[in-house]
Design a protein. Structure first.
Length: 103
């Protein structure tokens, strides 16, 4: 699988190293597969919401600690690209999801 620039994965790796945890240690604490940690950190995969919550809890950090300006910037760029290429139905579904999350 192609390696992609992944600010989120790099941030997780940085926090993991600050906590002096190996990938195996983090995986065990988060109760997820070590290979998933490897794939997230290397940009091969983005974590599900559930996996990300488990990683954040295992690292004992806040979401704000993970979602730095660089991570947010990359997510905004990806969202912009996604919306540029989306059809009307997809945009409506995304808007509904965002609206539900605001409640």
């Amino acid at each position: 699988m192609e390696k992609k620039e992944n600010a989120l994965g790099l941030r997780i790796q940085e926090l993991r190293k600050e906590k002096e945890l190996s990938q195996a240690d983090l995986a065990k604490k988060a109760k997820i597969a070590r290979t998933l940690i490897t794939m997230i950190e290397s940009g091969q995969r983005y974590p599900s919401e559930d996996a990300l919550d488990k990683i954040i809890e295992a690292l004992d950090v806040s979401k704000e600690d993970v979602f730095t300006e660089e991570v947010k910037k990359q997510y905004r760029e990806k969202l912009d690209t996604y919306l540029e290429n989306a059809n009307a139905e997809t945009i409506i579904k995304a808007y509904r999801k965002i609206s539900q999350d605001d409640k």
